[in-house]
Ligand binder design. Sequence first.
Ligand code: GDP
Length: 179
Amino acid sequence: MPEIAFAGRSNVGKSSLLNLLTNRKKLARVSGSPGKTRTINFYIVNDAFRIVDLPGYGYAKVSKSTTENWGDMMETYFKNRDGLRKVVQLVDIRHKPSAQDVQMYEYLRHYGLDGIVVATKADKVSRNEMQKNIALIRKTLQLSKEDRVIAVSALKKTGYEELLCEIEKILEEEDAVYH
Ligand code: GDP
């Protein structure tokens, strides 16, 4: 089954987004204490594809050895997933992407899994700021014109249809290749 994975810093709003995408209220745990989810979770959507919830990275209080384990886990995951089609990178719309975000995106580019960035918590900025911040995200992650940045608010439930459209496109492209 094809897989679409989601990556981002702890507390970026990944669980909230995945709850929205999978239409289930309490599927992924929305954390009050960031940095605790250290396993990879899978959710099957409409019998059509799997959503892969990669553990959040970059929480300041995570120890070095935990960070190394995270890297090992990612490495193992990426190398053994035939079904993996894309990794959606999440960044908080309010902040300039961190060095780890940049590193993560470079990693995805290296594996050919890049192309979709979700700017989370879009309700927290004005329309004006939104454009400005998306430009900063584009610049910091060195996105190309083809790369998509989709502003999503899990709170206000906006932007996620656009993301689902992008995911559908990816799944269709695959159908065209394999059938
Ligand atoms: P995760 O650690 O990446 O899984 O992040 P969570 O989904 O647990 O969210 C972290 C915090 O951000 C929680 O306090 C959420 O309520 C909050 N949050 C998540 N998404 C949104 C959003 O779209 N808008 C706002 N305002 N807050 C959000």
